[in-house]
Design a protein. Structure first.
Length: 161
């Protein structure tokens, strides 16, 4: 059986999240207060969803009542938290067996609705969710004439070569 590509997806997510955090950090002084708040809200949402699903995978309660923090964290706190959870996901996906990716996980959405997803589906969701919202953040930077970081798997593979 061929090993599913989830570990690579998590490695790309970690690389892309770090690149975007670095791009924002380099340009924070060029952003208005409103643009900075928009970026913080995007980062917070990505991070909250990552943490929520991390807890689902671990079978632990997460404490979030919505897919965002009750109090908006600072950029520094979000960047550090994103690094930490991205490292966890990369290691987690690398350590799973092919059979583990098919294991169902029962949990409850923040809306209160019960759900079931396979571990691989959760990792796919976390990966794709991050792609979507990093694109939102990149658009904010582009509107200011700033370059967001590379995002695609081909950029990742080129950087690794």
């Amino acid at each position: 059986m061929t090993r599913p590509p989830y570990a690579q997806l998590m490695a790309v997510k970690r690389w892309a999240d770090r690149g975007l955090c670095e791009a924002v950090d380099r340009n924070l002084e060029r952003l208005t207060e409103q643009e900075t708040e928009i970026l913080l809200r995007i980062f917070d949402h990505i991070h909250a969803v990552d943490r929520i699903f991390q807890h689902h995978l671990l079978g632990r309660p997460h404490g979030y009542r919505a897919a965002r923090s009750e109090v908006l964290p600072t950029f520094e706190a979000l960047a550090a938290g994103m690094r930490e959870v991205d490292d966890w996901y990369a290691t987690y996906a690398e350590d799973l067996s092919a059979e583990d990716f098919e294991q169902p996980v029962d949990f409850v959405f923040t809306s209160g609705k019960p759900a079931r997803m396979r571990r691989g589906e959760i990792l796919l969701h976390v990966s794709l969710h991050g792609v979507y919202h990093r694109g939102n953040a990149g658009a904010v930077l582009q509107l200011k004439g700033l370059d967001p970081s590379p995002e695609s798997i081909t950029d990742y593979l080129e950087a690794a070569a």
